[in-house]
Design a protein around this ligand. Structure first.
Ligand code: IMO
Ligand code: MG
Length: 430
């Protein structure tokens, strides 16, 4: 039995999509288990570029079963739009190759509206969310009283009754916060969502049962984490996090597959750091080097197009992410972006109130005080995008890779030096 998980160890956007796509060939089932269409994966395969948000990368492979499991929050309109785009690019998909959990919670227009009102009211303290209604949908899930799951949409009376009651309640709240909020029409939303439900129906099932059966049958499974460990609701840089468990901690609750079934936990890191949205970022570079990384790495959000904040690699962050998920090995992505720099710095510890620490601060105010203790490494000037073997990297690039592995405390098994599948070096213990 083989079950692999791919987890981001930073603040998301680690290029997990490429690793998942590469590994999909060796797996029969690919599972998304948390987050929603706040995630954005760009996958380049067969000369085509695909932008995936809710769909597991397995969708590009006809013989792979793609599962959107229970812990995901689903915007059906966004999901159907994504499916239509994939069908346009790749041709029809077999209904049996995509399963959507009937237990997953559904995002409605009021979730986006509520998020917009809440974010606006926080002004400078805004989280800087993707505005996809992710946090507000998860809030309703945990609150329980005003939540609708995918399965509810197939009980028309129950669905309509719930929707009318919820929309009435939401409008009362929203108007109190912002009198200019446009009213929502419960009947129109009911009709719209009933159509989405009808289109999704061939895919909707009890994904937990499907996964348990797959586990019993020895099927090879790949778990695709969205976001990154530092955006984890419990373990990340709260409140500047997303509303799900984006570290390995989310795998079990989001999929229903026990964590001990995972045989290989791969931690994915970018060769530097980025972050979108608010919150302290100790190694942030608000200078020409930061801009250089942003330009070369095309660090603009896949989902929102926002420029990403860029900085040096932070081993305190990645080491913490690696420990949270218990990673077996690392994939280092976008190493080519650092080519051409004279020197490269890595944060190996923080200094907080005059003390050195490699523990990640639990409070955001303490993190804001952290001064990065930087190790300076020599850069490399040559183009590395054509490297295919570990031994072919320039000496300084090799030193950089080894230093990342040493500071994080896990072996680097994969190095990516460009978006194409071929631009991948498998280190294989060498
Ligand atoms: P992938 O899967 C990077 C960030 C948002 C914001 C915070 C909360 O591409 O790595 P949310 O809309 O989730 O409530 O926003 O989380 N965020 C991401 N940042 N990559 C992502 O996904 C992200 N998904 C959410 O920018 O700071
Ligand atoms: Mg992204």
């Amino acid at each position: 039995m083989a079950a692999t998980a791919v987890i981001g160890l930073q603040w998301g956007d680690e290029a997990k999509g490429k690793i998942v796509d590469l590994l999909t060939d060796e797996h029969d089932v690919v599972v998304r288990y948390q987050g929603g269409n706040n995630a954005g994966h760009t996958v380049v395969a067969g000369g085509k570029t695909y932008k995936l948000s809710l769909l597991p990368a397995g969708i590009l492979h006809p013989n792979v079963l793609s599962v959107i499991a229970t812990g995901v929050v689903i915007n059906p309109k966004a999901l159907l739009g994504e499916l239509d785009r994939i069908i346009e690019q790749n041709g029809p998909i077999n209904p049996k190759s995509l399963c959507i959990s009937d237990r997953a919670h559904v995002i409605f227009p009021y979730h986006m509206l509520e998020e917009a009102v809440l974010e606006k009211s926080r002004k400078d303290e805004a989280i800087g969310t993707t505005m996809r209604g992710i946090g507000t949908c998860y809030r309703d899930k945990y609150g329980r009283s005003h939540a609708i799951r995918v399965g509810d949409m197939y009980y028309p009376e129950l669905f309509r009754r719930k929707l009318v009651e919820i929309i009435d309640h939401k409008m009362t709240l929203l108007r109190a916060l912002d009198p200019h909020v446009e009213p929502l029409d419960a009947d129109a939303i009911y009709r719209e969502y009933s159509e989405y439900a009808a289109r999704l129906k061939p895919h909707v099932c009890d994904t937990t049962a499907v996964l348990h059966k797959a586990l019993k049958d020895g099927t090879r499974m790949l778990f695709e984490g969205a976001q990154g460990s530092l955006l984890d609701i419990d373990h990340g840089t709260f409140p500047f996090v997303t509303s799900s468990n984006a570290s390995g901690a989310g795998l079990h609750n989001g999929s229903g597959v026990p964590e001990r079934a995972i045989t290989r936990m791969i931690g994915v890191v970018k060769a530097y750091s980025t972050r979108v949205g608010g919150g302290p970022f100790p190694t942030e570079l608000n200078n020409a080097i930061g801009q250089h990384i942003r330009d070369v790495g095309r660090e603009y959000g896949t989902v929102t197009g926002r420029p990403r904040r860029c900085g040096w690699f932070d081993a305190v962050v990645a080491g913490y992410g690696a420990r949270l998920s218990g990673v077996d090995c690392l994939a280092v992505m976008l190493l080519d972006v650092l080519s051409g720099l004279d020197e490269i710095q890595i944060c190996e510890a923080y200094e907080i109130d005059g003390e050195r620490t490699t523990d990640f601060p639990s409070h955001v105010e303490r993190l804001a005080k952290a001064k990065p203790i930087l190790r300076t490494l020599p850069g490399w000037k040559t183009d590395i995008t054509g490297v295919r073997k570990l031994s072919d990297f320039p000496k300084n690039a090799r030193l950089y890779i080894d230093t990342l592995g040493e500071l994080i405390g896990a072996p680097v098994e994969i190095v990516s030096i460009g978006p194409d599948r071929e631009q991948t070096v498998m280190c294989g213990g060498k």
